[in-house]
Design a protein around this ligand. Structure first.
Ligand code: UTP
Length: 317
């Protein structure tokens, strides 16, 4: 019997274990956010009162993964501090139970491990540093600058799909066809699978980095979530520097696909927040603030007034 299964129906479950570890590559230089990110990692920029990275770790734990490996780099140690204990702070907060609980939550969320990527030679290169922690098992990769709405989770369906196929599982989101040159774009064909509750399953037949709209095979862009088999590490070792002189994860996955490893994706229909550049970050902060139980009502009221005011350059000007 093949190591992989083509049939994606739940009844074809192979008994393979679901990925139990998550890797968060967060060693990048974050040039799109300079100079803010000269000394502060973009993963620690706050979205209301939690850093982006905490939303990402929460996304993993919500999917049942509590073993989290951060790939860090120079100037990024504060990321690890965020999940460390702070007895001095806890002592000061003894009279403020809500704040104390919020601080303790960061410490108890997950088992945080780290590896350092000494040089920023690309996403594939960064993921390669997870090998000694992950071994031969399947694992999830969550990019450190985007996350999805907790009430519309994506990762559980991806983990389930990977356990069924044994291959590579990606996630896509639809972009405006004029915008394809900002993303990795996939060509796909229908998969013999039912809809997951979060989006359609497709089989991936190829991927192109940042194609011009007239050359794009679709408008399906790669989202920063992957569930990969342990074989990816060997493929990364065999991957030459590609686009931008970097060792690309996409190229390593393409190598596996060429060797017969099935590659599927879920076309995610939920809400994705992209905090890797100023506009997406601002949109994320506004959306999440507007939905918060504690400040949403007041914030939305202010936002409407602001947008309609002269000061915003909005409709009244
Ligand atoms: P990005 O392409 O967003 O790169 O990487 P970046 O360096 O973070 O940001 P820009 O493009 O210069 O503004 C996607 C993810 O891969 C990680 C990043 O930290 C981010 O989470 N990454 C990228 C690494 O960990 N190491 C690398 O060498 C490259």
């Amino acid at each position: 019997m093949s190591e992989y299964s083509a049939n994606l129906s739940p009844s074809a479950a192979t008994g393979r274990p679901r990925a139990a570890k998550a890797v968060i590559p967060a060693a990048g230089l974050a040039t799109r956010f300079l100079p803010a990110t000269k000394a502060v990692p973009k993963e620690l920029l706050p979205v209301v009162d939690r850093p982006v990275l905490q939303y990402i770790v929460e996304e993993a734990t919500q999917a049942g993964i509590t073993d989290v490996l951060l790939i860090t780099g120079r100037g990024k140690t504060a990321m690890v501090d965020h999940f460390d204990r702070r007895p001095d702070l806890e002592e000061r907060l003894a009279e403020k139970p809500e704040l104390l609980a919020a601080v303790k939550r960061t410490e108890e969320l997950a088992d945080i491990h780290t590896r350092r990527q000494p040089e920023q030679l690309g996403l594939g290169h960064a993921v390669g540093y997870a090998e000694s922690h992950v071994g031969d098992e399947p694992f999830a990769v969550l990019l450190g600058d985007e996350f999805v709405k907790p009430s519309e989770p994506l990762l559980p369906a991806m983990l389930e799909l990977q356990a069924r196929t044994g291959g590579v599982v990606l996630a896509f989101f639809e972009v405006d066809p004029a915008e394809t040159k900002r993303y990795g774009i996939a060509s796909v064909e229908p998969a013999e699978a039912e809809l997951t509750d979060i989006g359609e399953v497709v089989r991936v037949t190829g991927m192109v980095e940042k194609p011009k709209p007239e050359e794009a095979p679709s408008n399906l862009a790669v989202l920063g979530r992957y569930v990969l088999p342990g074989r990816i590490f060997d493929a990364i070792r065999r991957t030459e520097p590609g686009s931008g002189g970097e060792i690309q994860l996409t190229d390593a996955m393409e190598l596996l696909r060429g060797e017969g490893v099935p590659v599927h994706a879920i076309v995610y229909r939920g809400t994705r927040y992209d905090t890797g550049m100023p506009l997406g970050y601002l949109q994320t902060v506004v959306q999440i603030a507007a939905e918060r139980d504690d400040l949403g009502t007041e914030f939305r009221k202010w936002l409407v007034e602001f947008v309609n005011s002269d000061a915003s350059g909005g409709p009244n000007t």
